[in-house]
Design a protein around this ligand. Structure first.
Ligand code: VGL
Ligand code: ZN
Length: 198
């Protein structure tokens, strides 16, 4: 059994002071750094949007952040502009031990499709390449940590379970956004999919 630690989106914009701040998002960084030591592979994901991305409310006339729009691939929550490629907001939190990563996977770079999951874009079919990477490294077990529990962590964990990985989520090393009960719903969905919540 080879085990990967997948660190989801521990970036400045998701931490207090950032454009899409997750409450207490910065408090998990030290624990994530410590968890890296026990993994056979450390993978970081980085939300990485071009300016004017279709998930930004500012790209839709008359829409405000946290409203939704219907996209060809389904309903999409609209966000404040965040994690724009090359910006300080898109950089990893300065205390994250990013140097310990074997692999950094960027996602959300397609202007027309958001990508919460580390495995597939929000059309649920365009792969990011992470599955191939993990397979070729012989990894069968993944642990998810990071931001945000109810969006990118949840989508990544559900996809990993569907792809046949043994999946756990370390909840003390995650923090959520919680839009209209999305945090509780995400925990139920992950449990129902066979994800181990720690
Ligand atoms: C995320 C909303 C928009 C996340 C990324 O990392 O959970 N949430 N982009
Ligand atoms: Zn995003």
């Amino acid at each position: 059994m080879h085990k990967a630690l997948i660190v989801i989106d521990v970036q400045n914009d998701f931490c207090p002071g950032g454009a899409l701040a997750v409450p207490e998002g910065d408090t998990i960084v030290a624990g994530i750094n410590a968890a890296m030591a026990g993994a056979d592979a450390v993978i970081l994901t980085q939300d990485w949007h071009p300016a004017g991305h279709s998930s930004f409310a500012s790209s839709h006339d008359g829409k405000a952040p946290y409203e939704t729009v219907d996209m060809p691939y389904g309903t999409q929550v609209l966000w404040p502009d965040h994690c724009v490629q090359g910006s300080q907001g898109a950089a990893f939190h300065p205390a994250l031990k990013a140097d310990a990563a074997d692999m950094i996977i960027r996602k959300g770079y397609n202007p027309a499709i958001d990508s919460y999951s580390a495995f597939f874009e929000n059309d649920r079919s365009t792969p990011t390449g992470l599955h191939g990477y993990l397979q070729t490294r012989g990894i069968t077990t993944v642990q998810m940590v990071g931001l945000a529990t109810d969006f990118c962590v949840q989508f990544s964990a559900l996809d990993a379970a569907a792809l046949g990985y043994d999946v756990s989520v370390a909840l003390d090393l995650c923090r959520g956004i919680d839009l209209e009960g999305s945090l509780a719903a995400s925990l139920t969905a992950m449990r129902d999919a066979g994800v181990t919540l720690i």
